[in-house]
Write a protein that binds this ligand. Sequence first.
Ligand SMILES: Nc1ncnc2c1ncn2[C@@H]1O[C@H](COP(=O)(O)OP(=O)(O)OP(=O)(O)O)[C@@H](O)[C@H]1O
Length: 585
Amino acid sequence: MKELQHLNKYFLKYKKHLLIGIVITIIARIFLLFTPRYIKKIFEVVEKHQKGLGESSIQSELIEIILYIVGAAIIAGIFTFLMRQTIINVSRYIEYDLKNEIYNQYQKLSLNFYKKNRTGDLMNRISEDVGRVRMYAGPAIMYSINTITLFVIALIYMFDEAPKLTLYTILPLPILSVAIYKLSKEIHKRSTIVQQYLSKLSTFTQETFSGISVIKAYGIEPYTASSFNTLSEASKQTQLSLVKVQAFFFPMMILLIGASNLLVIYIGGKQYINGEIESLGTIAEFIIYVNMLTWPVATVGWVTSIVQQAEASQKRINEFLRLEPEIKNTVNIHTKIHGNIKFDNVFFTYDDTNIEALKGVSFNINQGETLAILGKTGSGKSTILDLIGRLYDVNNGFIFIDEKKIHQLNLSDLRNSVGYVPQEAFLFSDTIKNNIKFGKDNATDQDVMEAAKDAQVHKNILKFNKKYDTILGERGITLSGGQKQRISIARAIIKKPEILLFDDCLSAVDTETEEKILKNLNRITQGKTTIIVSHRVSSAKNADKIIVLEDGKIVQEGNHNTLINIEGYYKHLYLKQLSENTGSN
Ligand SMILES: Nc1ncnc2c1ncn2[C@@H]1O[C@H](COP(=O)(O)OP(=O)(O)OP(=O)(O)O)[C@@H](O)[C@H]1O
């Protein structure tokens, strides 16, 4: 129960609802327990009739009792409804709060966390694990209060009436409870395996459908179909094995209720014959008690297993909730960012791969200047951009923004001042307009259009039927690589940030469009600090400063005019691309 203590703060938050729920449960059970006692009274009235009491008085007594029974049942019904409305509702509130807590924590955690944990696992903890914890926060608590109330009140009545018969009646109940506990555990074990297979099946189908064009192009449909068959066959077997155990549940309940009923009739009958109990009504009353108590007793086993599952799930949830984000904001006051950037002997190694991506990189750019970074693939270009957005912290050396060490800046101010266009454009399944506005929520339609024009994608958008309201992604149209890149550029420039980072984001557009975009960027980025990572000299040639990286180190530094006159990577690339262009003209 240690892990579940995490929920105490929520119980405290909803204590009023819970207390009302508990009181309502107790009232509901008290009214429910009226029925057996009145049934006994009916027997007694009939017995009186046998002893020769007047017909009309018996009739009115019977009608009175029946009215009591109906009245008690209606009240018990209303309170049972309210019981679910309070306690189960609390569990839904807690489920909502817990999901939000986990989601907010996920958002705070750094990129490394996402690399170490699979998306499926993150999703499971926020959906299935929270679902199991909810079963503890609602149904488990409700059934426990229910059982305790019912048991205490019923046992008081029963002992008062016939102590010996009571002992015999409740004898099989602990056996039932233990049996249900064992069965619930087995059901849980098997349903976990069923769940695993279901998620394997959905991952498989999802991947197949996402990669359907590759599958069709390679003609491997029969192979994927047979893999699917094997997987679904295994899944079917796990389902069948689960159903087998589940099938035991009700027969076992019926068997044990039957055994208790038999004991009541046998022992009660003997006691009646011996004169130990006065009325046959007592036996009828006890049979109803047995039937009333069986389900709550069965739930003791069920609830125990729910609590165990919830404890295990909460443990998994707590593992993530206790994680401290690696990148933390330590500055609460706002910091204005101007855009002077300085790298001072920066070293950076990726945790998971142990790859040393930057080895003593130093450079600086003043506010409003443009820096181009070139270099072979894997030389560390994107890493520099990630470090400026503080997606990672450096291992050694310093990054200064406006003469302040980067970790001395308010993190959200820093990120709000950065417009980042990643190497692989990521667009949401939403309208084109919302994808562009993503960087600036309050942007007007005019702003969106301006940004799209500057990114040279406006004309393309107008060709779609619904123009800016065209839905992208799974539910909508698929864009070409170049169109995606340009929408991603529009998203960054609409923000009008102080620092713009372009990570090889013109690779999929033709050189003519590239030229136009660069011309627009030149205008837009006046006064803004811009870093362009590229493999093309055409993107770099107008930059105030160019650096060439090789294996995490700066090997060349200068501007276009100086670098084309020095032997090295830049001149080599320039000549190569020049000859390619003249060749193609
Ligand atoms: N998220 C990551 N986790 C682990 N290693 C990484 C990660 N990103 C990059 N690396 C490694 O760090 C090195 C530098 O990568 P980086 O992406 O900065 O290079 P790049 O110059 O931008 O390459 P490209 O031109 O192909 O985009 C590479 O060896 C790469 O394998």
